[in-house]
Design a protein around this ligand. Sequence first.
Ligand SMILES: [Mg+2]
Length: 246
Amino acid sequence: MPDLAAPGLPVLGLDADDTLWENQVRFAAVEDNFCGLVAPWVEAEAARVALLDTGRAYIRHHGYGVNSFILSMVDTGIQLSAGSITADELGLILSWGHDLIDSPVELLPEVADTLAELADTHRLLLITKGNPTDQLKKVTDSGLAGHLWQVEVVAEKDPASYATVLERHGVDPTRFLMVGNSVRSDVLPVLAIGGRAVHVPHGLYSALEEADCPELDGFDVPVLDRLADLPGLLADWPGPARDDPA
Ligand SMILES: [Mg+2]
């Protein structure tokens, strides 16, 4: 077992949803169910646009995650049906929310072995956004908690929130490396505070996450097909997080 508190080890930031385990595919399936539910009133594409607009408003008030998603569907269903959606149908939407929260964590390929390997050489700092109760439950259910040095659930993954988290844990941003599937949330804000990032794309993205997101052309950001390639990359990629640990 590595000494998870070993101060000499560099700190490696890890995203959770769609980096360590499947997430968006579950939300996309529920969204498809929602489109079917409101099909008597609107076509699927119009339902998706309305749900996205409402979702943005709910995230501003309630944060990211399953709670905002469910509230958005309830509100959007009422709007699109002009109030004629039934109580049973609203109850069905709520049940989809419970199913999302209760569904088992599905690790992406080779994640468990990769984190076990990375934990020997790095202090692993998981940084995720969403509903804290849901996110922390997923960390526990994932079986990965024993490899993690710290877990942070933040309201937004922007430069300020990364800076706050790193300061709280005594990590110099210039020695910090973040790994995740989202350019918007895991790469750009870390570069903005002087850190480094590795992009591990996932095939499926929410419209909220990747809308209007710039390309990575011109940035020194490695792109990996799978997380299992990360230990090899870190061994061959000189940088302060590896060569000059805090
Ligand atoms: Mg993610």
